[in-house]
Design a protein around this ligand. Structure first.
Ligand code: CA
Length: 224
């Protein structure tokens, strides 16, 4: 999962970025409004953490412009002021959730996780596909109840696919969401990751849709 962090305070930005990376997210950062707006307009993020007080274009304006342009990624707004009026303004501008500074990093990570999950249509942190279960709150994966050990990249891949269970996910989309911008797209690393997941979770759980991408399916829904 790929998150954009927009914050001009280097200390807060560093803590937010570190905490999200520690939780397995791919994080990109912007320090001012115009840069943030451009990234949000042109790149595909699973969530955005957006500070309202930014140099240049402020966070509220950036958010309003994204929404006006039809950008629907979940946005967690950060603000220095904790007043109900600010919350209402932020929510009306299209924010999905709200955190007043100072906040605990653990709470921020939990809120980002919940926003991403809900945006993909999942109410519970336990995401399932057939006998595979992924707990997006703890990062634990089980197969028929037995714990499965995945590398960080394998986990990110499975997490993206299980959030979008039943949908076809292209290789480019997977690359964007598990690596971020700076990655050699010609590499066959995605195929390698998919094959390692098949070895650990069962050969038929991830379908290859020739020329289109991959699809995570419960055994009963698989195309034969
Ligand atoms: Ca700020």
């Amino acid at each position: 999962m790929r998150v954009l962090v927009v914050e001009d305070d280097a200390r807060v930005a560093g803590q937010v970025t570190e905490s999200l990376r520690g939780a397995g997210y791919v994080v990109e950062a912007a320090e001012e409004g115009e840069e943030a707006q451009f990234l949000g307009d042109t790149e595909d993020y699973d969530a955005v953490v957006l500070d309202l007080g930014l140099p240049g274009v402020d966070g509220l304006t950036v958010l309003q412009r994204w929404r006006a342009a039809g950008r629907s990624m979940p946005v967690l707004v950060l603000t220095a002021r904790d007043t109900w009026r600010d919350k209402v303004t932020g929510l009306r501008a299209g924010a999905d959730d709200y955190l007043a500074k100072p906040f605990e990093m653990e709470e921020m990570v939990a809120r980002v996780e919940a926003l991403i999950r809900r945006a993909a249509g999942h109410a519970s942190p336990l995401l399932t596909c057939g006998e595979i279960q992924l707990d997006s709150a703890t990062g634990r994966v089980t197969l028929a109840g037995a714990p499965i050990t995945l590398t960080a990249l394998e986990y990110r891949t499975l997490s993206y696919l299980i959030h979008h269970v039943g949908e076809i996910v292209s290789k480019t989309e997977l690359t964007d969401h598990i690596y971020g911008q700076d990655f050699d797209r010609d590499s066959n690393v995605i195929e390698v990751l998919i094959n390692r997941l098949r070895q650990k979770l069962g050969r038929n759980v991830i379908e290859t849709q020739r020329g289109r991408g991959y699809r995570l399916v419960a055994p009963d829904d698989a195309e034969h």
